[in-house]
Design a protein around this ligand. Structure first.
Ligand SMILES: [Zn+2]
Length: 82
């Protein structure tokens, strides 16, 4: 059972790791955005990925999150994992 750190709602659909309910994320994203991004960065590092997806302005993979750039191939680009 997760508990929202913002509104204190308890619900089985609230991720313990993310820590916010869908209502707070949708209605006041700016107040929870940095905390959610930090969880995302920590998760990427645990899997051996860079904290942020590599960016490159040269070539774009249309399937990748954020259209990850492919000029300099780095671990973390979608479809290019080990
Ligand atoms: Zn909430």
């Amino acid at each position: 059972m997760g508990i929202c750190r913002k509104c204190k709602t308890k619900d089985s659909l609230i991720s313990d790791r993310i820590g916010f309910c869908s209502g707070c994320i949708r209605e006041d994203f700016s107040s929870v955005e940095e905390q959610i991004r930090q969880v995302h960065r920590e998760s990427r590092v645990r899997f051996g990925l860079p904290p942020e997806p590599p960016q490159s302005p040269t070539m774009r993979c249309q399937d990748a999150a954020l259209e990850a750039g492919l000029k300099n191939v780095h671990l973390g680009n979608v479809h290019l994992l080990k």
